[in-house]
Design a protein around this ligand. Structure first.
Ligand code: GLU
Length: 425
């Protein structure tokens, strides 16, 4: 019998609670009215669908598909689709809200949304994944739209899945609609610079923060957790800017080399090794991958999953600066410990906003029917990221709060003001 597996209970903090704790703090600092608080607190729309898929063995398996639109106050909802075995509604709600705040922080005209399908793409064939993407798209055909809700890749999905989504959506509408989704392959209207955009934004905000902390990049060390798209690009670009990347990790484990890891070489190794660092010889393997987070480095970039810096390890973190490539890598309870230790954290909703910024450029190019050069994309996204950093830093000084709460303040203020202008019923 086909059945929908219940979400596994994780021995972790609930990301929605983590998001709400920061939201509450920022709302309080801003003096947000109770009415607007209630509007921004609740997701605008939540859709859950059941997706029966014929697997390669001929059996039908039913998957659960989620799409949450947290807000469309600033514009159409924007946010990725996550394919992961443990994805659950509260997580998608938190991720959707983070997209709202992220788009507001970098000042692009989007609300926030997020999708999730509980599945393990690592154990599925390309055909099974394609059928799942197409079924999910059709089930969400009235939710998605270039002026309504624009998906993109997230964990477990990439350009290939976005191409299937665009194709299915286009077929259902009898015309090519490439602006319905971003993160597409270049030939389908993807943007130059989109692949590296999130890692590039991590690099730009890391350098801006290092300047404030008076850390010289040419004398700085760095550890990067996660060697997927975000982590490997962040590592490569930080290395290019002079930092010595002494540790990297992925699902196969964490690797350490006090002389610095050659990131291009590590990427080439991963690409020729079914996408993992398993067996990588350019560094020694740490006995416990979580040790990476506690290394004596200047800059720590968590670019893997949620909830890795928690009350369990926050007091052991020695980095001077944390730049969050992942969404939600630090639990709300760990914030206080990091603040007390004087560690600056460039929060996810600022540090990893380079991805959605170039998604916005992709959507703009699709609507113009035009293509920008990589140079134009990078120059404009670098400027947006640097401006956003400065804006959040100024808010941190003005409200006397850490960078994370300052980023929420900037975002909530923008969305609240826009809501007040638009008005309600
Ligand atoms: N999934 C990415 C994020 O969390 C990108 C979203 C997008 O480009 O819409 O920011």
């Amino acid at each position: 019998m086909a059945y929908i597996e219940p979400a596994p209970i994780k021995d972790k903090e609930n990301p929605l609670e983590s998001m709400m704790e920061r939201f509450n703090l920022a709302a309080q600092k801003l003096g947000l009215s109770e009415e607007v608080y209630n509007v921004l607190k609740n997701p605008a729309k939540q859709v859950i669908v059941s997706l029966p898929i014929t697997m390669d063995n001929g059996k039908i398996k039913v998957f659960e598909g989620i799409r949450v639109i947290h807000s469309n106050i600033l514009g159409p909802a924007k946010g990725g689709i996550r394919f992961a075995p443990d994805v659950h509604l509260d997580e998608v709600r938190a991720l959707a809200a983070w997209m709202t705040w992220k788009c507001a922080v970098v000042d692009i005209p989007y609300g926030g949304g997020k999708g999730g399908v509980r599945c393990n793409p690592r154990e599925m064939s390309a055909g099974e994944i394609e059928r799942l993407v197409r079924a999910y798209t059709l089930a969400m055909i009235d939710v998605f739209g270039p002026d309504k809700d624009i998906p993109a890749p997230d964990m477990g999905t990439g350009p290939r899945e976005m191409a299937w989504l665009m194709d299915e959506y286009s077929k259902a509408h009898g015309m090519t609609v490439n602006a319905v989704v971003t993160g597409k392959p270049l030939v389908l209207g993807g943007s130059l610079g989109r692949t590296e955009a999130t890692g590039r934004g991590v690099m730009v905000t890391a350098l801006a923060a290092m300047q404030k902390l008076k850390i010289n990049p040419f004398q700085a060390t760095c550890a990067v957790q996660g060697f997927g798209n975000v982590g490997s690009w962040a590592a490569q670009l930080l290395e290019e800017r002079g930092l010595k990347v002494v540790s990297i990790s992925d699902i196969s484990g964490a690797y350490y080399n006090s002389n610095g890891i050659n990131i291009q070489e590590a990427i080439a190794y991963r690409d020729g090794n079914k996408g993992t660092l398993e067996g990588y010889q350019g560094a020694e393997k740490l006995s416990n991958p979580m040790e990476l987070l506690e290394l004596e480095v200047d800059v720590l970039v968590p670019a893997a999953v949620e909830d890795v810096i928690t009350i369990g390890n926050a007091d052991k973190i020695k980095a001077k600066l944390i730049v969050e490539g992942a969404n939600g890598p630090t639990s709300a309870k760990a914030d206080a410990i990091l603040n007390e230790k004087g560690i600056m954290a460039v929060p996810d909703i600022l540090a990893n906003a380079g991805g959605v910024t170039v998604s916005y450029f992709e959507w703009v190019q699709n609507r113009l029917g035009y293509k920008w050069t990589a140079e134009r994309v990078n120059r404009r996204s670098d400027r947006i990221m640097k401006d956003a950093f400065d804006h959040v830093y100024q808010a941190a000084v003005k409200y006397d709060v850490p960078m994370r709460i300052a980023a929420y303040i900037v975002a909530i203020d923008k969305v609240a003001k826009t809501y007040t202008f638009r008005g309600g019923f």
